[in-house]
Structure formats: C-alpha cells, structure tokens
Write a protein that binds this ligand. Structure first.
Ligand code: ASP
Length: 334
C-alpha cells in the first residue's frame, strides 16, 4: 500500500517537473519584410509571384527554427541572411548603390531579453552584414562599428569577404544610371527585416539594408541606429522598419512605439498607427512602415505605402504572405 502511494507520488512529481522543465506554451511568432518601396502599379503578377516565393522561403526558415526551439535571436539572423543573399531585395546581394556607384551596407540586430544590440554601417565588402552586426553584439564591448573599422573587425572574425561588385544586379546598375542622369529620384526603400518571439518568451529584431539609392558617400540610415529602424525589448515589442531613414531617425520610430506601449499602455497596433500615421506621415515620411511582434506574439504590419513585401507565421499554424496593401494570402499548416 505504502509502496503504491509512494509510486503515485513519484509519478505525479515526475509529471509536474516535466511540465515545469518545458516552456509552458510552445508559442512563437515570426514576421518579415522585404521593404515597402516601388509603385504598386509596377508590380506585375510575375514579379509578385517571385517576391512571394522568396518571402515564403524566408519565413519557412524562421518557422522551422522557432518550432524546433531555436532562440528568436538565432532565427532573425538566419532569416535575414537568406534575404541578404536574395538579389530581389535592397540588402546584401541586390543592394542599391550610392551616387558614386558604390554599395555601402548597414545592418543591426537586437536581443530583447537583455537589450544587447550590435550594428554595422557603411560596409563595402562583407557578404552578410547581419552576421557582422551579430558579432559586434556578441564579441565586442560596442554597439555600432562603421566603415573600415567594421570591415576589419568582420574579416578578423572570419566572415566571408566579397568584391563590392558582388552586391550589384542589372536592375541596380540601371537604377543608379537613371539617378545619376537625374531621370529618377533617390529611393530609400527595399530594406529587409525580421522580428520574432521564441518559445522562451524572448523577442528579437534584425534589419539589413543597402540604404537609400543615390545616397551620399558615408550616409547612414535608420537601420543601424538602435531605436530608429531596429529595436527589441522583451517587455514590449520587437520592431524592424523600412522607409526614408532620415525620418525614422528623427522620430526614433521603433523606440517610440515601444515607449508608447510601455509608458502609456497602448496596444502594439495603436502605438504603431500613432507613430506611422500621426507622426511620420505628416512630416513627409510617406514611403515606409514597420513590422512588429509584441510579447504575446501579436504581429502587425503598419505601412503608409501601397505595398510592403511581407510574410508571417505563428505557432497556431497560421502563416501568410502579401505584397500589395490589403492583399494577403493566408494558409494553415497541416
Ligand atoms: N530605411 C532604409 C534607409 O533609409 C531604406 C529602406 O528601408 O529601404 O537606409
């Protein structure tokens, strides 16, 4: 009798400890953007399909990692590496050119669990700037490294080095010619970003960009400015932005959204609407938006343009993709 009840107690204890050893809920969310640039009218069905395919491939990487228990930090980095390697987006391969015809890349990553962040600006020869940003966070006492110093550091850490021409595509060559000949205006849109909530309740954000096409030598945008284009804080939200970086810096967009949530108790959706539509748009910063995930795993895409390349996936089985405003396709995982 005693032996029997002892066995039951041990069984119950075992069950309770297993329950506590595992995360209470296997809840995760991941969202990405590939910029909010370009005229919706130029988005042919063919181009849209091409973008959607890349976005779905990218989100599947994050989805698999998070579902298998990876941290949000590792997931956002991996997803952004995929997007940097795709020639479709203004980051890594496919990045825009400055007015002198050179590619200068910016990237940032932030860990919402401890507010650690790493960023690089003005990189010309490192294949994946987001890897360099992660290393700045993990292996230095700093947050932001720029230009030659950033490049020297990335090389010393063994990151892959490429010629500046590696980042070029036919589309970017033609684009900069039109800008140099004043047939087209500079375009500050097309950045990539990823935000995630992992099963441990941690938030992370990563953003990478070629910046603004036709920008001046040395121009740095909002992406590597922590709190402007990239921010993550476990107590509020993870955010990655895209748009005319100068406005994002002046309005400290990502931090402002987090602060409205923290100090005013606003929901993510209303805080994001407030900052994008009531602060950024009236200043003239039309042409961008943000993606964000709050600590509950809610996802928002808030943008004041006609399109934003975007995709998302959640632990409840729902995932989706969209390019044009108001046009999204949602699916259910089996
Ligand atoms: N925000 C980026 C910048 O201004 C550009 C973009 O989103 O495409 O550098």
């Amino acid at each position: 009798m005693i032996k029997k009840s002892l066995t039951s107690i041990l069984l119950i204890l075992g069950l309770v400890s297993t329950l506590y050893a595992q995360p209470a809920l296997k809840k995760w969310s991941v969202a990405i953007h590939g910029g909010a640039g370009g005229a919706p009218s130029s988005m042919t069905t063919e181009r849209k399909t091409e973008y959607e395919k890349a976005l779905l491939e990218a989100i599947a990487i994050g989805e698999k990692m998070l579902d298998n228990g990876s941290t949000a930090l590792d997931a956002v980095e991996k997803v952004v590496i995929y997007l940097e390697n795709s020639p479709l987006f203004n980051a890594g391969k496919g990045a825009v050119k400055s007015i002198d015809g050179i590619h200068e890349l910016d990237a940032a990553i932030m860990d919402g669990s401890n507010l650690k962040a790493g960023a690089v600006a003005g990189l010309r020869d490192i294949k994946n700037p987001i890897k360099a940003a992660r290393l700045v966070m993990d292996s230095t006492a700093h947050v932001l490294l720029i230009g030659e110093g950033a490049s020297f550091f990335a090389k010393s850490m063994g990151l892959e080095v490429v010629e500046n021409s590696y980042f070029s595509t036919k589309h970017r060559e033609e684009q900069i010619k039109r800008i140099q000949e004043r047939e087209e205006k500079e375009d500050p849109r097309g950045t990539v970003g990823c935000v995630a909530l992992d099963i441990y309740g941690n938030l992370a954000a990563a953003t990478s960009t070629g910046g603004m096409s036709g920008k001046r030598w040395g121009r740095v945008g909002d992406v590597p400015v922590i709190g402007a284009g990239t921010y993550a804080n476990n107590s509020t939200v993870a955010i990655s932005g895209t748009g005319h970086g100068e406005y994002w810096i002046r309005r400290v967009v990502a931090f402002d959204i987090s602060a409205l949530m923290e100090y005013k108790g606003m929901t993510l959706e209303s805080a994001a609407n407030e900052v994008i539509f009531n602060k950024i748009t009236p200043m003239g910063g039309s042409g961008g938006g943000i993606i964000a995930i709050d600590k509950e795993g809610n996802i928002v895409f808030t943008f004041n343009t006609g399109l934003m390349h975007r995709a998302w996936s959640k632990s409840d089985g729902e995932y989706g993709v969209g390019v044009l405003k108001g046009e999204e396709r949602t699916f259910k995982r089996q």
